[in-house]
Design a binder for this molecule. Structure first.
Ligand SMILES: Cc1ncc(C[n+]2csc(CCOP(=O)(O)OP(=O)(O)O)c2C)c(N)n1
Ligand SMILES: [Mg+2]
Length: 375
């Protein structure tokens, strides 16, 4: 039995025999306990990657970042309406988890911060950008907008405006997978579901109810907590009984793990372990990814609450820049090759904006279309 099976951390614990340095009191007072946890996280086995995988991960994270930088531009130019929540800084979580799963086979459930999850799931950038512009060509036919991305084809079960709303939906998908196999005798039914949500969401009821049911029925699900330290303007450490969310897994007898959410390789390795357990019928995992959002809560947030020192601490750990350095250091790519990937991505993003701007609006007489199942 591994430590994870017992609901314990796989990575070395803070201040453990791994020799990890602990943060000085000065650093902690400047950047806070969330940063201190990250500093003290030393994986016992550093994750590695081959060239193709490395470039695939780099491409996916860069697409997420550049797509959203363009979203900000379009929002401020008045092309998007309503609330728009960007994911800048958290890309290693979406890419690390989703690209460790089987696309169009496994299932994914998001929150209002859903654009990058949709892109990682393979929803075409044209469809995501069209949705943000409220166009008929959007993945939710322009009826959903930024917070309600959905794609049956890509097994994206939705973005949700109410926090925690997606967790029971994800649980249902995991239950379906198990039910088809065990009750209906479909041996090929081995899909795993990943539910993404934030630290603030771990203080509400659905989280606990769903952890309970998932553990009880050994459902194939990953509860992926994107702990970015903030729930709008509420500091995680002021809002929860035990800030180390992964430890709450032990109360349900399920595997729990904390991981550096700015390190895509570490997230990928942790997700692979959890997916393997889930597919083998060993049940759920609570995976807490320590991360940070580089922008305000939404594009309407002037982001004046967070300390500059804290923002700088996390900006230095930009997951895209870190992966680039590692791939170059390991001789798997060159700066020139990464530049040409970025150029391709910029062209894809420019194309999706052009496509979305030119796309038709939904017809007013079809306002209520797609509400009922027959559509
Ligand atoms: C049920 C419910 N209560 C309150 C809100 C208001 N609200 C919107 S975002 C948010 C914070 C969520 O923080 P977190 O789960 O950490 O996600 P993050 O925004 O950091 O990704 C809250 C409380 C909501 N959307 N839904
Ligand atoms: Mg948060």
């Amino acid at each position: 039995m591994t430590q994870a099976d017992m609901g314990h951390d796989i990575a070395a614990a803070p201040g453990s025999a791994s020799g990890a340095p602990t943060c000085s009191a000065d650093v902690t007072s400047l950047v806070g306990a969330h940063a201190e946890r990250l500093e003290n996280l030393y994986p016992s086995v550093p994750a590695t990657v081959n060239r193709d995988e490395g470039l695939m991960l780099y491409r996916d994270m860069t697409l997420g970042r550049r797509f959203e930088d363009k979203c900000a531009e379009m929002y401020y130019r008045g092309k998007m309406f309503g609330f728009v929540h960007l994911y800048n800084g958290q890309e290693a979580v979406s890419t690390g988890v989703i690209k460790a799963m089987k696309l169009q086979h496994d299932w994914f459930c998001s929150t209002y911060r859903d654009h990058v999850h949709a892109l990682s799931c393979g929803v075409p950038a044209r469809e995501v950008m069209s949705e943000l512009f409220g166009k008929e060509t959007g993945c939710s036919k322009g009826r959903g907008g930024s917070m309600h991305l959905f794609s049956k084809e890509h097994h994206l079960l939705g973005g949700y405006a109410f926090i925690g709303e997606g967790i029971p939906v994800a649980l249902g998908a995991a239950f379906t997978s198990r039910y088809k196999r065990d009750a209906l005798g479909d041996a090929s039914s081995d899909s795993v579901t990943a539910a993404f949500f934030g630290d603030g969401t771990c203080n509400i009821g659905q989280f606990y109810e769903c952890l309970n049911m998932a553990a009880l029925w050994k459902l194939p699900i990953l509860f992926v907590v994107e702990n970015n330290k903030w729930a709008i303007g509420m500091d995680h450490n002021r809002a929860t009984s035990d800030p180390e969310i992964w430890r709450k897994a032990a109360a349900f007898g399920m595997a729990g793990e904390e991981v550096d959410g700015m390190d895509v390789l570490a997230v990928r390795a942790a997700a692979q372990r959890a997916v393997e357990r889930a597919r083998a019928g060993e049940g759920p995992t609570l995976l807490e990814c320590l991360t940070y959002r580089f922008r305000g809560h939404s594009l309407a947030d002037p982001d004046e609450l967070r300390e500059e020192a804290e923002k700088e601490f996390w900006a230095k750990r930009d997951p895209i820049k870190s992966l680039a350095s590692r791939l170059i250091e390991q001789g798997l790519t060159t700066a020139e090759e990464l530049k040409s990937i970025e150029k391709e991505i910029d062209a894809e993003v420019a194309d999706c904006v052009e496509f979305a701007l030119a796309a038709p609006e939904p017809k007013p007489e079809e306002l209520t279309r797609y509400i009922w199942a027959e559509d």
